[in-house]
Design a protein around this ligand. Structure first.
Ligand code: PRX
Length: 645
């Protein structure tokens, strides 16, 4: 009998969806998804109503994903204008800076004013419908403003995580052909300064598509400024007209691009569209967090990830909700920072990632107990499986034993949630991402493509479309089809493994492709290997994930050096630094093990299965090793791993 935490009765009594409603509505929603999503689409303000809900087919030969196709709307009207004038003086954003005491409130009125002005600035700089604007900003209100200003004029935003390097930024600008970059002079994180403008300048230097760089002033630091190309945000806004007519967009027009790592080298720019994405993100946000008017919501994700797109920015804005936004890190100046923010802003709904919980848990309960967290009502988890120990700590110490936890399973590709225990409806099981969301049909599929009914383990797939799903990979529709729709024809394949238990709960068991999940961030092993191998001393490398107490998975790199190069600690450090410079700090290897040779089969293919086992200190059951070109290589790798420990 697995551990079960029933929905508290008082919670269920006022929830949007209780158990009876879920049991009635879920089967109906998957029996007739068109009817379900038609009803949900009424949540938005459409300029021209749609006549057809969907036209979808998961056929790799003839892939079709279209939702609400002949409807028109504008995202910023839905996210901002429609909350006015009623909420003009109510906070939309309660912002906390990195340094305690540095805070700001942005009302819906101010948000609207800034969005309109920036939209005019962008138009004045030549940006028009369909152009891509890259946003490289820290977690400051201007990130929200920039995204909304883009979509007001029909420009497509591409937000790049501000922890990514200049090189990562450049490749994302190039892939998207972005015409304008919005960045800040500097950012602050954990008391450190992040040289955003310097990185931006380096990135833009080789990118002729960028015509202008709009720079938000966040620090007092002097930064290089290129007259003619660079524009100060505050100066341009002050001079801009306060009203910008929103552009009418087709439901299938792109809303944004967001890059994520895949199992081959190049990051993929997933394209999300206006109508379907907003319907799915906006309605699911309200349901899964059981938000009620007046609740204060806080999602800790950085604006560079999909979690923030759907459930920090679009979800709350579409619903007219007040959100907390925090620029810094949970451990600075001390590990009670998050808890003090929850207390100060009387946060009701808190959404974060297991990796942060695991690191805070290590500090003990003391930093939490110093603060009043009694306003919390719902807790959320996202990005990676949450281990039961962290789940219990979250539930007991943070949630006081009274808050349901929504373990939300979804992806950049899916746009919004697919599996979760809806908090008023589905009892919690630690470590299980609950049950399907409305309109979503999960399938557990074996290696041969056979659908498993009832309890079982296999590949996590979904049947039928849902409006929030990405429509393509920018510039590479073939890769979109081959990655997600070709492996199991008729189904969408997530790249994850899954276990469904006897009660119909889903437990995501991790990636089954060459992607690793480090602190909830997706990293492609091929991308990591090419960063490592670009170091001049490296002949070859192979990267695998290994179990890491805090990060979930850590980056384990086996590195073969060029002949005659001595393996030194300095070189280890240099290789780590070069990965940091090429991709960003999140990708820096946790462990580098020198490997005079890598285990390969006779065709030269690296046998990662063996490398993964050794990295996890599992020195047995290597499976069929008869295909190894040189069996001695494995012994050597095992001996070195044992010696390094
Ligand atoms: O492996 C799954 C894991 O994160 C991957 C998606 O990463 P990304 O596109 O960056 O989006 C993260 C935020 C939605 C998935 O393929 N993942 C995400 N949520 C969960 C999860 N694994 C287990 N449980 C979850 N709740």
């Amino acid at each position: 009998m697995s551990e079960l935490y029933p929905v508290p009765a008082d919670f269920a009594a006022r929830a949007h969806v209780d158990a009876a409603a879920y049991d009635r509505l879920y089967p109906a929603s998957v029996a007739d998804p068109q009817a379900y999503w038609r009803e949900q689409a009424a949540f938005l303000d459409w300029m021209r109503p749609f006549t057809q809900v969907s036209d979808t087919r998961f056929d790799p030969e003839d892939l079709r994903i279209r939702w609400f196709a002949d409807g028109t709307l504008n995202a910023s009207v839905n996210c901002v204008d429609r909350h006015l004038p009623a909420k003009a003086d109510i906070p939309a954003i309660l912002w906390e800076g990195d340094r305690p005491g540095d805070s700001r409130t942005v009302t819906w009125g101010e948000l609207s004013d800034k969005v309109n002005r920036l939209a005019n600035v962008l138009s004045g700089l030549g940006i028009a419908k369909g152009d891509v604007v890259t946003i490289y900003l820290p977690v400051i209100p201007e990130a929200f403003i920039a995204m909304m200003a883009c979509v007001r004029i029909g420009a497509v935003h591409s937000v790049v995580f501000s922890g990514f390097s200049a090189e990562s930024l450049a490749s994302r600008i190039e892939d998207a052909g972005a015409k304008l970059l919005i960045t800040a002079d500097e950012g602050y994180r954990g008391g450190r300064t992040v040289p955003l403008k310097r990185n931006a300048d380096e990135a833009v230097a080789g990118q002729p598509s960028i015509r202008h760089v709009v720079v938000v002033r966040r620090s007092d630091g002097a930064v290089p400024f290129t007259p003619g190309r660079d524009v100060w945000y505050h100066e341009a806004l002050a001079a801009a007209a306060p009203w910008c007519e929103p552009v009418e967009m087709g439901a299938e027009d792109p809303l944004f691009i967001l890059y994520t790592s895949g199992s081959t080298g190049k990051p993929k720019g997933l394209v999300h569209t206006t109508g379907g994405y907003l319907v799915h993100a906006g309605t699911s946000w309200r349901t899964i967090f059981d938000w009620h008017e007046g609740d204060i919501f806080w999602c800790t994700a950085d604006v560079g990830w999909v979690t923030a797109h759907s459930y920090k920015i679009y979800g709350p804005l579409l619903n007219g909700a007040t959100s907390v936004m925090f620029e810094g890190v949970p451990s600075w100046p001390d590990s009670s920072r998050w808890w003090s923010i929850i207390e100060r802003h009387r946060v009701n709904i808190f959404y974060t990632a297991p990796t942060a919980l695991r690191s805070l848990m290590r500090e003990g309960d003391g930093p939490v107990r110093r603060h009043d967290l009694s306003t919390l009502r719902v807790l959320g988890s996202v990005g990676e499986p949450i281990n039961p120990e962290a789940w219990r700590w979250y539930h007991t110490v943070i949630g006081g034993g009274r808050c349901p936890i929504v373990d939300t399973y979804w992806q950049t590709e899916t746009g919004a949630v697919l599996l979760t225990p809806i908090p008023g409806a589905v009892a919690n099981k630690p470590g299980r991402a609950g049950k399907p969301y409305f309109g979503i049909t999960p399938r557990v599929v074996d290696a041969q493509g056979g659908v498993i009914d009832g309890p079982g383990e296999g590949n996590m797939c979904f049947e039928g479309s849902w409006p929030g799903q990405a429509r393509t990979i920018l510039g590479d529709h073939d890769r979109f089809i081959s990655t997600y729709f070709a492996p199991f024809p008729g189904l969408f394949f997530t790249g994850d493994g899954v276990l469904r238990d006897e009660d119909g709960y889903y437990c995501i068991t991790g990636r089954v492709d060459d992607v690793i999940n480090v602190s909830g961030h997706r990293l492609g092993t091929v991308e990591l290997e090419s960063a490592i191998s670009s170091h001049p001393a490296v002949a070859e490398s192979a990267v695998v994930g290994y179990p890491h107490e805090v990060k979930g998975q850590g980056v384990f790199a086996y590195v073969t050096l060029k002949d005659g190069i001595p393996a030194t600690e300095d070189l280890r450090r240099e290789i780590k630094d070069s990965v940091r410079a090429r991709i960003g700090a999140i990708a820096s290897p946790d462990i580098i093990q020198w490997a005079p040779a890598l285990p390969k089969n006779r065709a030269g293919k690296i046998l990662r299965r063996i490398l993964t086992k050794v990295a996890a200190d599992d020195f047995q059951n290597f499976g069929d090793t008869s295909t190894l070109a040189d069996p001695g290589v494995v012994d050597d790798i095992v001996q070195r791993r044992k010696a390094d420990k």
